[in-house]
Design a protein around this ligand. Sequence first.
Ligand SMILES: Cc1cc2nc3c(=O)[nH]c(=O)nc-3n(C[C@H](O)[C@H](O)[C@H](O)COP(=O)(O)OP(=O)(O)OC[C@H]3O[C@@H](n4cnc5c(N)ncnc54)[C@H](O)[C@@H]3O)c2cc1C
Length: 450
Amino acid sequence: MTDPHSRRHTQQAFDPDRRRLLFGATVLPLAAGAGLALAPRRASAALKTSARIVIAGSGLGGIATANRLSRELDGAKITIVDRKEMHNYQPGYTLVATGIWPVEKVVDRNADLHPSGIEWVREMVAEFDPDGNAVVTDSGRRIEYDFLVVATGLHLDYAQIEGMDVDAIGSNGLASVYPSHLAAQATWQAMDAFRAKGGEALMTLPATPLKCAGAPLKMTFMLVDRLREAGTRSASRVEFHSALGNVFSVERINQDVLERWEALDVPVTFNSKLVAIDIGARRASFTSPEGERTELGYDFIHVVPPMRAPDVVKNSPLPWQEGGFAAGGWLEVDKETLRHRRYPNVFGLGDINGTPRGKTAATVKKSAPIVTRNLVDVIAGKEPAERFDGYTSCPLLLREGSALLVEFDYEGRLTPSLPMIDPLQDSYFAWLMKYRLLKPAYIAVAKGRV
Ligand SMILES: Cc1cc2nc3c(=O)[nH]c(=O)nc-3n(C[C@H](O)[C@H](O)[C@H](O)COP(=O)(O)OP(=O)(O)OC[C@H]3O[C@@H](n4cnc5c(N)ncnc54)[C@H](O)[C@@H]3O)c2cc1C
């Protein structure tokens, strides 16, 4: 098996360091245009308060909010609840899973990102009691608050796929980029082994809201590129099964991707939902909305799990009670202020929110300042003044050295922030942003600097 950290093929295809010298002077101002530059600090003085604020979740959204609040408030007691010590740069998983980055690049420590002067409770929230203004941790500790920020991320519901075993990712042609940095690394092992000979590949997409809905598409484009690079594309069939009637919710991007796949000979079966897998026998079962079942053999499969709110949120009073977000247990926030619609001292941030689209780190980048300012307004006894437009962004990898920089809002309108990058045009700049600039930008978001 090839060393998963090897970047041999990367250097064969292009030399990013050489290109950086050529393009760096151009790209950095572009990144500033994309909102990656340092934002001006708030001019006003920190608000004096003795408010108790609990932040549930220490991922990007939770930490970014903690850093911002600790600057904007003077005297508040801020408590983060989350057992996780490791911080994973999830947007880098697709780069690890396609053999471009070593896994170490997506591993950091939460302790290095938290602000000083806050309390970090290394436990999980086991119960939300918004009527009692408290959370209860899994050790039974009750923490009362005046204000709550819910930033627990989402739950990958692999259990909905009969026979699926996350621990088996990497063997028997089983791949899935989503669950962890190690799964991303193991996914590259499976892809690397598959591309040596080629064969039948099945790529999947569930019907639920997804974090980084572009990731299943990136994995497909990159698999085709890896097969082409290995000289085994003609010995392979790559087919995509979508449980929906499309492959991406923004129509112009959907059309563009489908046209590209037609040219790359990637057939798509719509309304085809992965429901079961026999990992040892390498067979997968799909159902249609009418209940018709089809079983297919494969040499390589990329499993994308259905996604929903974690049980602790889903089984609490906090989710939507009706409408499209109720079944997944997503947090009932106003999509513009990100304030809870029934509990005015609760805000939501990141993947947990029951809002249209918007489950990306880029969404957190744009919405963490809004949640912070709105919460500070509420603490000051004012109405929240800031409004979020649903900004979502995803550099869609097309092949090594090329990507689309896809940015859109709640309405699915394309909202390009870099005038010189056409969102539908293959771009080396978009690749370079993904490859080199977005990780430092992510860390700056976590530290509340952008
Ligand atoms: C494969 C992949 C590719 C991606 N690509 C991109 C990309 O290209 N661009 C982009 O912008 N975004 C991308 N993303 C999405 C991005 O990583 C997420 O949208 C972002 O991390 C969401 O931040 P969050 O704080 O909401 O959740 P997370 O960062 O997932 O953090 C949630 C935190 O909550 C904690 N938690 C959970 N339950 C509890 C509990 N009961 N009590 C306390 N804490 C709890 C968890 O331990 C975790 O630390 C990608 C994600 C993946 C998986």
